[in-house]
Design a binder for this molecule. Structure first.
Ligand code: ADP
Length: 252
């Protein structure tokens, strides 16, 4: 059994001074297809960003592939697809250029992209069914398509782990199904897949493990359950929460 891609022990993650999550023990094993579930504001994005070293831990220890975060250098093994497409600020960038940017840690720097890089980019775009759009400006694509371009960018680097934050948000039902199958194939071909989702939906029969966040901690960790198929939308109102700090979460 190879080293777990992520191992977090006694993790407390705070945004500003407010702990969003505490007492987090989470080992993500090689080859898993794991979904992090929870209602809006439960801390899914926060957890994922902490696992990637993008938010410092207030407490606890994190290792990536067995190496403590501070000494970890093999970032090309980790592909990350953030929640939203960061704007290209009016610069017309092609789909291919975005995907090729995922090769930077692999490509020989200063020599530009080579044939291997372009092949990897094309394969990654095929995996997300966008090969036909390779030369189009990325801002001409729909949000769902742009999301898939970001996934292709992460795939192009040939990562061992793929971490995706809400990749299914704003994607229509049919494409969700296709996309879930694509992720499942990537997982079967040996990649660890960690995905943030509001609820399981189309992923129900595909994932091996569900981790559900609630009340600032891990409330469930195990095989996906029927109740994870659809999770009630809870809208948090930080202003109201701040004004009523003593109410139990279920009363808010
Ligand atoms: P999820 O991904 O499950 O919707 P988030 O991780 O985005 O949840 O947010 C977790 C909590 O942290 C929420 O209560 C949210 O209001 C709060 N939060 C998010 N971003 C910030 C920030 N930059 N500063 C302070 N609090 C934040």
């Amino acid at each position: 059994m190879s080293t777990p891609p992520f191992e977090l022990r006694g993790g407390t993650i705070a945004l500003g001074k407010v702990p969003v999550l505490s007492g987090i023990d989470l080992t993500i094993n090689d080859g898993e297809f794991l979904v992090i579930l929870g209602s809006n504001g439960s801390g899914k994005t926060t957890l994922v960003r902490a696992l990637l070293g993008l938010i410092p831990l207030a407490q606890g220890e994190l290792t990536l592939f067995g190496t403590p975060l501070g000494r970890f250098r093999e970032w090309s093994r980790v592909g990350y697809v953030p929640q939203r497409f960061s704007a290209t600020a009016g610069v017309p960038v092609s789909v291919e250029e975005v995907v090729l940017s995922g090769r930077v840690s692999v490509a020989r720097r200063f020599r530009g992209y080579g044939k291997d890089d372009r092949e990897a980019a094309r394969e990654a775009l095929e995996a997300v069914q966008l090969a036909g759009r390779i030369h189009d400006p990325v801002d001409e694509l729909s949000m769902g398509q742009q999301q898939r371009v970001l996934i292709a960018r992460a795939l192009a680097g040939g990562p061992d782990v793929l971490v995706l934050d809400e990749p299914l948000a704003g994607v229509d039902q049919e494409r969700q199904g296709n996309f879930a199958m694509t992720l499942s194939e990537l997982n079967r071909s040996g990649r660890t897949v960690v995905l943030v989702a509001h609820e399981l939906g189309v992923l129900q029969s595909l994932v091996s493990r569900a981790v559900q966040l609630g009340d600032g901690r891990i409330g469930y960790d195990g095989p996906p359950l029927d109740e994870h198929f659809h999770i009630e939308h809870i809208h948090h109102h930080p202003g109201i929460e701040a004004a009523l700090p003593n109410l139990p979460p279920e009363a808010r």
